[in-house]
Design a protein around this ligand. Sequence first.
Ligand SMILES: [Zn+2]
Length: 257
Amino acid sequence: MGFLDGIFERKTCDICGEKCGVLGGTKLKDGRLDKNCVNKLSPLLGYLKNYTVEDIKEHLAYREHNEEIVKGFNVTHIAGADGTRLYIDAENRLFFVSGSDNWRASNPDVLSFDQIIDGDLNIVEDKKEIMKKDEAGKEVSYNPKRYEYSYNFYVKVNVNSPWFNSLNIKVNRNKIDGFDNEAYDDAYLYSEEVCEVINMLKDAEPDEITEAIDYFKDRIAQPKRKYDVTYYADTKSLRKGHDYYIQRDPRKSHYRF
Ligand SMILES: [Zn+2]
């Protein structure tokens, strides 16, 4: 056996026995996986080096079972916008989240309503300073400094699952530029909808879910609202309450009432 033989000998996958890529596949605690087996794992699974080959066998059995549940999943409600959406089967008390219209092909992890711990709205604001040129052509700050803002809207769902602790729903597909526009308003309302629906699933009847989704559909369909103190005032049925949403909306620091 020559010196280089060992280097070029391909390692094999500990699940299916196929040859791993030239870089040796994906490492587990006590073995490795080829690309094909990695693609079958839940994307929500954490750092793979924390799992043994036995753990992964168990996980793949769970994924196969999940695929069967996905086949029988009957979508009764959809909440959310054009990013990741929340799909609900109210009759069977099941849900999953997916950013794809062709969700069946991606085998999304299906959870029961009873696995939900809670959902939290998180709007992430990014700011970039707007500069101007001085007489010498040098970039300088405005006084006071000026910024342009952009936003992503998330609902983090904490869950009880042997395989992951949370799902992060990114409600908007594309980053929203600025806060004083319809795109922000819509993304905000869709996020509130997803957050409210997630928090009601544990103990909601199917018609209550319908009612909540219709309520947000109506609000989103309204002509552009002016953001002011009354913005949250008609939302008395909110599970999380007005103060919760006001505190999580970055607009509160940009407008003075
Ligand atoms: Zn494999």
